[in-house]
Write a protein that binds this ligand. Structure first.
Ligand SMILES: *Cc1c(COP(=O)(O)O)cnc(C)c1O
Length: 345
């Protein structure tokens, strides 16, 4: 990896971040707060939330077995993705490399930030070779985006190829693990110490059942996390979200139970889908969804909408012609989908 100073945009490297009232005073003993122009009434929502989310990060650090200084929390992982662009990529000059197909937000963020988005198409097993991505990269490639398990394909990316990239690429490698809790592959969090250029993304939106509270996590070395913290809005995670996330960590056993149930349902759904006459293929999955190749994706999608069942058509995505992406729901929801498709003609 190049020295961080060479990778980070110089305006960001030099940036003196906004210092909020809650930043300048963060001791514990005070009881009278007349520093932030807050209204003294309407507790607790009258107070600005902790800008660096100390209590929540301590809790997450414990669960994930990392240090709090290795954690950035964002308004969804989408905020971490956007901040990575703003930290490292000079608009109109730099570029990033990603696999295709993958999560659509990487390209949207690239476009918003005026960063060229280069892609390498996955092979027929939806896998990649580190070398093919490196061949696309040049002096101005600051980020490589990987997503494992990948969305919309559902499979884990080859672990050894990811390691090859981490060892060879001179910029930052972002590994999006939004679906890691449904995978039998281990998280790259355990490799944070080995690879200073690694950023791992996870989220409360999927396994944790908290898409509504908007909480995403980025894990990296403390220097990179420090840069992210400089760029973010001072109070990017509101108090309700911080509090609800802490409550959820107390229900971790329940979350694990949900994951177990969804994995059992996934096995059942894949098996049942393969028996459907409209289903041509089900791709292997390590996520809480699966990609299936069907006889006529557009027609089946419309047929299901008509019955009040919404799936995701990926018909217009590279390598996904006539494919639907199906999220695993509750048993009754899954049964309703199967019943509907059994009567599809
Ligand atoms: C759903 C998803 C996310 C989650 O994004 P949030 O902003 O945290 O809700 C991130 N990455 C991928 C690949 C996803 O599919």
């Amino acid at each position: 990896m190049k020295p961080l100073k060479e990778l980070v945009r110089s305006n960001i490297w030099e940036l003196k971040p906004y210092s909020s009232a809650r930043n300048e005073y963060s001791g514990k003993d005070a009881s009278i707060f007349l520093d932030a122009n807050e209204n003294p009434y309407n507790t607790p929502n009258n107070r600005y939330p902790d800008p660096l989310q100390k209590e929540l990060k301590d809790t997450i650090a414990n669960i994930k077995n990392v240090q709090p200084e290795q954690i950035f929390l964002g308004n969804g992982s989408d905020e971490a993705i956007d901040i990575a662009f703003r930290a490292f990529c000079k608009p109109g000059i730099d570029n990033v490399v990603a696999i295709e197909p993958t999560y659509g937000m990487y390209k949207v963020c690239a476009d918003i930030n005026d960063i060229a988005y280069r892609t390498v198409i996955l092979d027929k097993d939806f896998q990649f070779k580190a070398n093919d991505l490196l061949k696309e990269a040049d002096e101005n490639t600051k980020l490589i985006f990987l997503c494992s398990p990948n969305n919309p394909t559902g499979n884990n990316l080859n672990c050894q190829e990811i390691i090859n990239l981490l060892q060879t690429f001179q910029g930052i490698v972002i590994v999006d693990e939004a679906y890691i809790d449904f995978s039998d592959q281990k998280s790259f969090l355990t490799c944070l110490h080995e690879y200073p250029n690694l950023v791992v993304l996870q989220t409360f939106s999927k396994a944790w059942g908290c898409a509504a509270i908007r909480l995403g996590m980025a894990f990296s070395n403390p220097e990179v996390i420090g840069i992210f913290n400089k760029i973010k809005y001072p109070y990017n995670i509101n108090r309700l979200t911080q509090q609800e996330a802490i409550q959820m960590t107390h229900k971790y056993h329940e979350v694990k139970q949900w994951i177990q149930t969804l994995l059992e349902e996934r096995t059942r759904m894949v098996k049942e889908f393969k028996k459907l006459s409209c289903c041509l293929h089900v791709y292997p999955t390590d996520a809480n969804f699966f990609l299936t190749n069907v006889t006529d994706a557009k027609r089946i999608y419309d047929y299901l909408v008509d019955k009040g069942i919404i799936v995701r058509s990926r018909n217009n995505i590279t390598l996904c012609k006539n494919c639907l992406r199906i999220t695993i729901g509750t048993r009754p929801e899954n049964d309703a989908l199967l019943e509907a498709l059994k009567s599809y003609r």
